[in-house]
Write a protein that binds this ligand. Structure first.
Ligand SMILES: [Zn+2]
Length: 295
């Protein structure tokens, strides 16, 4: 089913909406260039809350799982990507002290061997050269995000191995694996300062004050993909996730033009590579394009 000259990108995410907040402009850019982009969404986001006051209504809560599927469908169309659910159940974000146990059967509690299986099957069917996922801390400490990291690394390693999951299709080795590194201290500082310079109040002040520089990940960035032109597409996809994203909230506090001027890239760490590629890079397909077209 796959054309050997076709570039393919697989983005693995935990919940509907994560694809629109992490790497969305990168995906829109590659779609515009003719790359096939597939989003794998691990869970249905069933245990998410309603984070937009305008949507916090009983009729929304009643059918939240279905609404999240509909929101995902709209975001998928806006980004121009393909999308599939891996079929797991959202673990929810446990809150309290002590933390309550995770709900039985949820994604985060599954053994990684079992939880990675649908992703291995998807990789073997879609045959991406490049995969994106979260770093080992999930990028954000949600148990589903950490699990998404674990299944992505596991599937990256297993999908190309004929001895593993032999029932799940022909082996396929993905060439490069990236972690999202978008929310770094230097970027947040740069946006913060640019907002202050316009005389507006910065939504990032409190965040920055609490930010321990030891937890900054910016030194890990290997790859900055210029995609500022697609920030409006990213924002439209985010807004499609109406239950999760408050259009008056922090996501939109910094004007797009400011972001395009100050930080017009989405940033990544090249975590695994089977091709030669000099870093820093500005393209997730560096080292792959020539190989694909030379065939
Ligand atoms: Zn999430």
């Amino acid at each position: 089913m796959t054309d050997p000259d076709q570039l393919r990108l697989l983005a693995v995410h935990a919940h509907p909406d994560d694809e629109s907040s992490k790497g969305a402009a990168t995906m829109a850019k590659y779609v515009a260039e003719g790359v096939r982009v597939l989003v794998a969404t691990a869970t249905g986001g069933e245990r998410g809350s309603v984070l937009n006051p305008a949507m916090d209504r009983p009729e929304v809560w009643e059918r939240l799982p279905q609404i999240r599927v509909e929101e995902m469908a709209r975001a998928r169309e806006i980004l121009g990507v393909e999308q599939e659910f891996l079929g797991f159940v959202d673990s929810g974000l446990p809150e309290g002290d002590p933390m309550p146990p995770l709900p039985e059967g949820c994604f985060a509690l599954l053994p990684v061997e079992e939880a990675a299986a649908p992703l291995v099957a998807l990789i073997r069917r879609f045959r991406p050269q490049v995969m994106t996922t979260y770093d080992e801390r999930g990028g954000y400490p949600h148990p589903d995000h950490i699990k998404t990291h674990e299944i992505s690394v596991h599937a990256f390693e297993a999908a190309g191995d004929p001895d593993r999951y032999p029932e799940l299709g022909e082996p396929w080795q993905v060439s490069k694996l990236y972690y999202h590194m978008s929310f770094t201290l230097p970027r947040t500082k740069a946006l913060h300062e640019a907002i202050l310079a316009t005389g507006s109040e910065s939504p990032y002040a409190e965040w920055l004050a609490k930010w321990d520089p030891a937890h900054d990940i910016s030194h890990r960035v290997t790859t900055r993909v210029p995609c500022g032109e697609y920030f409006p597409v990213r924002d439209a996809a985010l807004i499609a996730h109406a239950t999760q994203i408050d259009p008056l909230g922090r996501w939109f506090a910094c004007p797009v033009e400011t972001q395009q001027q100050v930080w017009p890239t989405e940033d990544y760490e090249l975590a695994r590579s089977l091709v030669d590629t000099p870093t820093p890079e500005d393209d997730l397909f560096t080292g792959i394009r020539s190989e694909v077209t030379a065939r």
